[in-house]
Design a protein. Structure first.
Length: 271
């Protein structure tokens, strides 16, 4: 973590440590770590103990000694954003620092109170990477790109909360912002990172390439229009610029509309 903010050093260290044939996958975003906030606390502190003054005093002493960085790459409470809060949906999208200020309490007390009210189910996003790091690493030849996200929709049960916008915009961000707008890498190289190279790294045979005899997984998009729309404040938005998607030979998106087809299947290495 000492290399954060030093993209050249990050890449050099990665180049030196890389084993030939071993690729690494990244999501082209600065915030990550969508996980339960509860897991950021000491493992032996049960949820029922967070309301006790002595438990909070122990955590507060740990933070005073080690700093927030030891709490999970956190430079400040304002980089920790609540993504999903089942019992407190009104606070989804706010940072822990903002929540503490609104409640006029110490940030740690806000965290503990929040977890108790949510029964430990609060999920968070942590902005822990610099934009320069993301740009440099995403363009590194041996680094692959993936969303590292869940399958979500703009309606129904998976439309709840404010999850990471990468669930909707990863590939549009790579191919639109990074390729077209910033010129960090070529369009063919970027497409290969997310398709053929990723499939090969995962051991998925006959996937990720346009070749006779391979599975027909095809996305038709307009490079000039492709753009992400999802944001941290409003993540449930589909990207624009994609007209057609074919999965296993069946059209699932036609002129931007879902056809109702569900040809997807679980994939395993060498499938």
């Amino acid at each position: 973590m000492r290399l954060l903010g030093r993209p050249g050093a990050s890449r050099s260290r990665g180049d030196a440590a890389r084993i030939p044939g071993s690729e690494r996958a990244v999501a082209p975003v600065c915030a990550g770590d969508l996980r339960r906030l509860y897991r950021r606390l000491p493992g032996d502190l049960g949820l029922e103990r967070l309301g006790r003054a002595e438990a909070r005093a122990r955590i507060r002493a740990d933070l005073a000694r080690e700093g927030l960085t030891n709490f999970g790459r956190i430079p400040a409470w304002d980089v920790v954003r609540v993504a999903i809060a089942p019992n407190q949906p009104q606070d989804a999208g706010r940072t822990l620092g903002e929540i503490a200020r609104r409640r006029r309490v110490d940030p740690l007390d806000a965290v503990c109170d929040f977890l108790i009210a949510d029964r430990g189910a609060t999920r968070i996003l942590i902005t822990s990477m610099s934009e320069k790091d993301v740009h440099e690493i995403s363009g590194t030849p041996w680094v692959l790109v993936g969303s590292d996200a869940n399958a979500l929709a703009t309606s129904g049960v998976t439309s709840q909360g404010k999850p990471h916008p990468r669930s909707y915009g990863t590939h549009a961000r790579l191919l639109g912002t990074f390729v077209r707008d910033l010129g960090l890498l070529s369009l063919p190289a970027a497409v290969h990172k997310t398709t053929g190279a990723s499939a090969a790294a995962l051991g998925l045979a006959d996937r990720g390439v346009l070749r006779a005899g391979c599975w027909a997984d095809v996305t038709v998009f307009d490079p000039a229009r492709l753009a992400e729309r999802a944001t941290y404040d409003d993540p449930h938005q589909y990207s624009v610029g994609v007209s057609t998607v074919v999965v296993n030979g069946d059209v699932v998106l036609d002129r931007g509309d879902h056809t109702g087809a569900l040809p997807g299947r679980r994939l395993r290495p060498r499938d």
